[in-house]
Design a protein around this ligand. Structure first.
Ligand code: CP
Ligand code: NVA
Length: 313
């Protein structure tokens, strides 16, 4: 049957590891400067790759379009003001029509239920390109970046100082699958989704990596190898901005916090970044790998197309 990329928890540990390995493989190929073979460069020749995005995007858009071009496909960006969806047409009708003419749909939506509806009604693979609950492409990219930086993932500790939604939901599962222990600090009043914690528990039992949650950034960052945060106000939450900034007041990643980390600590952020989340000193400092991370989004998108789209075309 048709396989979609919805969330990291849908993937087996070996399937996830192979996506990361393939991303690294294609990166090496591209960086070598040698022309890629026609098996790759013609794989989507004559086909559309559509991006149905109802929210802004820099990295996800550029990386998915770049990945489509790498395979010889034609990327087509459909922003929310471009198509009939939501104004003149239902998600069902839109999905039936778009999927009938394209090789796959990269979809950036609001609620996770929209991704589920897309998967149900699409005749081609859906690649979840961010919903309120998951961000699988970011998690593939982040584990690739961690592997490149540390060589080995097993035994590392990742600290999350931030919100409890899409990015950490997939990153926590991805890290645990890679043998990385995860310590999550969310502000008071914000807690992780129980479905994610349940899935995380099963992965922990499988790989031996541990997960803990608290409201204490210091506890999370203690001896951490990787410190990660995300925006405090996600797209779609603009109305709650003042309240959320108040909740996150003591959650800025600063040099004071990173002092608690392991000597080889690195800072990561999916971007876009705002100053309240992390000081300039940390964000632009020598321990920050945010721009290497950002670039790796391209290779994650390539691996996703190879794994989910090429077998079905
Ligand atoms: N990290 C990420 O998904 O960035 P964009 O919102 O710019 O795509
Ligand atoms: N949590 C952020 C991630 C953006 C890539 C958001 O949903 O806006």
């Amino acid at each position: 049957g048709l396989k979609h990329l919805v969330s990291i928890s849908d993937l087996s540990t070996s399937e996830f590891a192979s996506l990361v390995d393939r991303a690294a493989y294609h990166k090496k190929l591209i960086k070598s400067g040698e022309p890629v073979g026609s098996e790759i460069s013609d794989a989507l020749k004559g086909k559309l790759v559509t991006l149905m995005f109802s929210k802004r995007s820099t990295r996800t858009r550029v990386s998915s379009e770049g990945a489509a071009v790498y395979f010889g496909g034609h990327p087509m960006f459909l922003g929310k003001d471009d198509i009939q969806l939501g104004v003149n047409e239902s998600l069902y009708d839109t999905t039936r029509i778009i999927s009938s003419m394209t090789s796959c749909i990269f979809a950036r939506v609001n609620s996770h239920s929209e991704i589920q509806q897309l998967c149900q009604h699409s005749s081609v693979p859906i690649i979840n390109s961010l919903c309120d609950t998951y961000h699988p492409l970011q998690a593939i990219c982040d584990i690739l970046t961690i592997k490149e930086t540390f060589g080995e993932t097993k035994g590392l500790k990742l600290a999350w100082v931030g919100d409890a939604n899409n990015v950490i939901n997939d990153l926590a599962i991805a890290a645990l699958k890679s043998g990385i222990s995860v310590s999550i600090a969310n502000p008071e009043g914000i807690t992780m989704n129980p479905t994610i914690l349940e899935a995380a528990k099963l992965v922990s039992e499988e790989t031996g990596a541990t997960l803990e949650t608290s409201h204490d950034p210091k506890k999370a960052c203690k001896d951490a190898n990787i410190i990660v945060t995300d925006t405090f106000v996600s797209m779609g939450e603009e109305a709650q901005k003042q309240q959320k900034l108040k909740q996150f007041a003591s959650f800025q990643v600063s040099s004071e916090l990173t002092k608690l980390a392991a000597a080889n600590w690195k800072f990561m952020h999916c971007l876009p970044r705002h100053a309240e989340e992390v000081t300039d000193e940390v964000f632009y400092g020598k321990n920050s790998i945010v721009f290497e991370e950002g670039e790796n989004r391209l290779y994650a998108a390539i691996a996703a197309i190879e794994h989910f789209v090429l077998p079905s075309k």
